[in-house]
Design a protein around this ligand. Structure first.
Ligand code: NAI
Length: 333
């Protein structure tokens, strides 16, 4: 019999509840779903709860982790792969075990990356609106063939490797940069090069590396300046990989031909909520929305039924390990 635990699940949406309830049929944890994002105002809701389940934009900085520990929380279960929003040193210092879901469906994120590339290139986002408005003009909708173009993948881990393979199947020349090259991709014909060379050669640049101190603003004004004029830049990694004002300057000058984002560096106060009745007070994001050649989705690359089911199952298995005192392969601490 598995050890059951009380779990407070922050930033919980209807799709989270459905998948966690399904995955919890066997384990029978006592899960409370909270709409609220975890931050300094809401951390008190976890008082007395041993396990907190959190997501990409929950605040897991040192003060929040200290408050969680003071309230008796011993495990933070991230229901995502990235953990740049968690201060792991602070977690260790207060004795909180942090677990995550390193691989739930790299296909989901890679396929969304392709959806953005294909949709943006062929202006599907604009064509959809035009046709609904019975505007059947094709002016301004000209795209390019992917076949024969060069795609540069920055980070060929689980997700980037699939993006590389998908683009290879579209008959792109694929170049990549990663301190740990993937031998399977090399066998396929993917060429590993330094970032600067990748930027200089690519017609499409896809960011699939994690956010770390080293990759923060990896794509800044200087990097954009090194790219081919008219390049398509795609970010499904993490928002701060791109210096957004520099990208806006690149779009204004035409150096960036188009930009697709599933993540945005200041997404935390915006994404995952219906804000259609609110005044948008992020002027940088507002400027991005004015470009016809910018396609933004609100951090939905992971959002497939398959990925959600895998996230829930692995998260609850991680929690069971931690609560039972077993070593957990997905522990970060
Ligand atoms: P992974 O850990 O399998 O692969 C990351 C790769 O990036 C590794 O091969 C690593 O060597 C490489 N890398 C590290 N620093 C680099 C650098 N400076 N330049 C080039 N490559 C570098 O991670 P995975 O599963 O492929 O995920 C990648 C990222 O995608 C995650 O860290 C996360 O931020 C993001 N992600 C986004 C999602 C979304 O819904 N938009 C969902 C899941 C992940």
């Amino acid at each position: 019999m598995e050890t059951m635990s009380a779990i407070h699940c922050f930033s919980a949406k209807a799709y989270d509840r459905a998948c966690f309830d399904e995955a919890n049929r066997g384990p029978g944890h006592d899960i409370t779903y909270l709409d609220a994002r975890l931050d300094e105002r809401t951390v008190g809701l976890a008082a007395g709860i041993p396990v907190v389940c959190a997501f990409v934009n929950d605040d897991l900085t040192a003060p929040i982790l200290r408050a969680l520990a003071a309230g008796g929380t011993t495990c933070v279960a991230m229901r995502c792969a990235g953990y740049n929003n968690v201060d792991l040193d602070a977690a260790r210092a207060v004795g909180i075990t942090v677990v995550r879901v390193p691989a739930y469906s790299p296909n989901a994120v890679a396929e969304h990356t392709l959806a953005l590339i294909l949709g943006l290139n062929r202006n599907v986002h604009r064509a959809y609106n035009r046709v609904r408005d019975r505007n059947f003009s094709l002016e301004g909708l000209v795209g390019f063939d992917l076949a024969g173009r060069t795609a540069g993948i920055v980070g060929t881990g689980q997700i980037g490797a699939i993006v590389a393979r998908l683009l290879w199947h579209f008959r792109c020349t694929v170049v990549a940069s990663d301190p740990q090259p993937d031998s399977g991709l090399v066998d396929l014909g993917v060429e590993y090069v330094e970032l600067d060379e990748l930027l200089g050669r690519s017609d499409i640049v896809s960011l699939n590396c994690p956010l770390t101190e080293a990759t923060h603003h990896l794509i800044d004004a200087a990097a954009i300046g090194r790219m081919r004029r008219g390049v398509m830049l795609v970010n499904t990694g993490r928002g701060p990989l791109i210096d957004t004002p520099a990208a806006i300057d690149g779009l204004k000058s035409g150096q960036l031909g188009s930009l697709a984002l599933d993540v945005y560096e200041e997404e935390a106060p915006l994404f995952f909520e219906d804000r259609s009745q609110e005044i948008l007070d992020d002027d940088v994001f507002a400027r991005l929305l004015t470009f016809p050649n910018v396609l933004i989705t609100a951090h939905q690359a992971f959002l497939t039924r398959d990925a959600l089911a895998a996230i829930a199952t692995t998260t609850l298995a991680n929690v069971a390990d931690v609560v039972a005192g077993r070593p957990c392969a997905n522990s970060l601490t």
